[in-house]
Design a protein around this ligand. Structure first.
Ligand code: AMP
Length: 187
């Protein structure tokens, strides 16, 4: 099964992808996690990405598309995957379609997590205190939410058009949200 978890920063995509892995054995691919690991290691990719990430801006499409193209061809993706935080632009979504078509893989569902802005900001500030992510500061958060509206929200229409979009109210407890995911994807 191939899924996309779509939604603004702080919507709970990563948390739900981890729960889904425990429940269904389907791995999570988070471009944010891959980029943060590259920054921590100080690789060339990490050096390129860090400035964008700290400001809350998107890393260039070509970079993240390259990461995904390689990652989904690794053996642990055979059973399927949940894309968490990718695609974030129409260009990324179109590139993903082309990569999946080439590999003869279909997307089953795109789960759209809806959470009001005020709650997102509270969650992100809470995460900043707990995890110390360098991009969870007020300026970067504001920027990330705006970029989501400008660049990522158009993907809702894009996937609606493909009839694979499922909406979820992303408020409530982690378990309640996990149950909603289960209800729409069937596992
Ligand atoms: P996330 O953990 O998904 O919130 O991502 C953290 C940061 O990594 C984002 O604010 C971007 O700077 C970068 N990033 C992650 N995924 C992407 C993507 N698909 N396209 C561009 N930048 C990304």
């Amino acid at each position: 099964m191939q899924l996309i978890f779509l939604g603004p920063p702080g919507a709970g995509k990563g948390t739900q992808a981890k729960i889904f892995l425990d429940r269904a054995g389907i791995i999570q691919i988070s471009t944010g996690d891959i980029l943060r690991a590259a920054v921590a290691k100080g690789t060339e990719l990490g050096k390129q990405a860090k400035a964008f990430m700290d400001k809350g801006e998107l890393v260039p499409d070509s970079v993240v598309i390259g990461i995904i193209e390689q990652r989904i061809q690794e053996p642990d993706c055979k059973k399927g995957f949940v894309l968490d935080g990718f695609p974030r632009t129409i260009e990324q979504a179109e590139a993903l379609d082309a990569i999946l078509a080439k590999l003869n893989i279909a997307l089953d569902h795109v789960v759209n997590f809806e959470v009001p802005d005020e709650e997102l900001v509270q969650r992100l500030l809470g995460r900043a205190a707990q995890e110390g992510r360098s991009d969870d500061n007020p300026d970067s958060i504001k920027n990330r939410l705006q970029i989501f509206k400008d660049k990522t929200q158009p993907l809702i229409r894009y996937y609606e058009g493909k009839k694979i979009l499922r909406h979820i109210n992303g408020t409530g407890s982690t378990t309640e949200i996990a149950d909603k995911v289960k209800a729409v994807v069937g596992v």
